[in-house]
Write a protein that binds this ligand. Structure first.
Ligand SMILES: Cc1ncc(C[n+]2csc(CCOP(=O)(O)OP(=O)(O)O)c2C)c(N)n1
Ligand SMILES: [Mg+2]
Length: 184
C-alpha cells in the first residue's frame, strides 16, 4: 500500500475531522492529497505528532486523527503509554509503518527487526488496535474507528514511493488557520 493512496482514502472518510500529520512526506502527501483548514502539518516536530493529537483529543469533542510514522513514534514511545493512560474515546492514531526512518536516508527502524507497535499499544491499555496491509483493510478498520469509541491505534504497513514536492506551508499560519477552523 502506498501512503499517498492511503492518505487519500483517510481524507475521503474523515469528512471535516481534524488530522495531524507527521513531519516530512506524511505532511507533504496530506497537503497534495487534499489541503484543508483542518490539516495540521507538524514540520520539524519529530515524535510529537500523536502527542499533539492527544492534546487536541482531550480538548475537543471531535474525533481527532493522527497520521504518525514508525520512526517518529519509536523516538517518543512514551506517547503511546500516555494515550493508554488517558484513553480519549475520540483519538485515532494511524501509523504509516514503512519500517524505516525513510526521509533521512532509509535507515531500517525497529519495526523491521520485530517491534510490533500495535502490540506495544495493547500492552499500554489501548484495546482497539489493528495491523493492516492493504487499502481495503484500512478502509474497513478506519471506518469502524470513526464509529466506535477509541482510542484506536492502527498500524498500516506501507511501501516507499518517490517523494512529492514539499508542501508550501508555514508553521505559524498552519496553527492560526487550524485554530480558526474550530471557531466556525
Ligand atoms: C529530534 C529530531 N531528531 C531527528 C530528526 C531528523 N528526522 C526528521 S524525520 C526523521 C525520520 C522520521 O521517520 P518516520 O517517522 O518513520 O517517517 P518516514 O521518514 O519513514 O516517513 C528524522 C530522523 C528530527 N527532525 N528531530
Ligand atoms: Mg518510517
Amino acid at each position: 500500500m502506498l501512503r499517498l493512496e492511503a492518505t487519500r482514502q483517510i481524507l475521503d472518510q474523515a469528512g471535516q475531522r481534524p488530522i495531524v500529520a507527521n513531519l516530512g512526506p506524511t505532511s507533504d502527501e496530506l497537503w497534495h492529497a487534499g489541503h484543508r483548514d483542518r490539516n495540521f502539518y507538524t514540520y520539524g516536530s519529530m515524535g510529537l505528532c500523536s502527542s499533539i493529537a492527544l492534546g487536541m483529543a482531550l480538548s475537543t469533542q471531535e474525533r481527532v486523527i493522527s497520521l504518525d510514522g514508525d520512526g517518529s513514534l519509536l523516538m517518543n514511545l512514551g506517547t503511546i503509554a500516555t494515550i493508554g493512560r488517558e484513553r480519549p474515546k475520540n483519538l485515532i492514531v494511524v501509523v504509516w509503518d514503512n519500517e524505516q526512518w525513510a526521509q533521512t536516508g532509509h535507515q531500517s527502524s525497529h519495526t523491521a527487526y520485530g517491534t510490533k507497535l500495535d502490540q506495544v499499544a495493547r500492552s499500554c491499555g489501548i484495546e482497539k488496535t489493528a495491523l493492516v496491509d492493504d487499502l481495503e483493510e484500512l478502509k474497513s478498520v478506519f471506518g469502524r474507528a470513526l464509529e466506535e469509541d477509541g482510542p484506536w491505534f492502527i498500524v498500516a504497513k506501507i511501501q516507499e514511493a518517490e517523494y512529492l514536492p514539499v508542501a508550501p506551508v508555514e508553521p505559524e499560519f498552519t496553527l492560526y488557520r487550524f485554530r480558526e477552523s474550530f471557531k466556525s
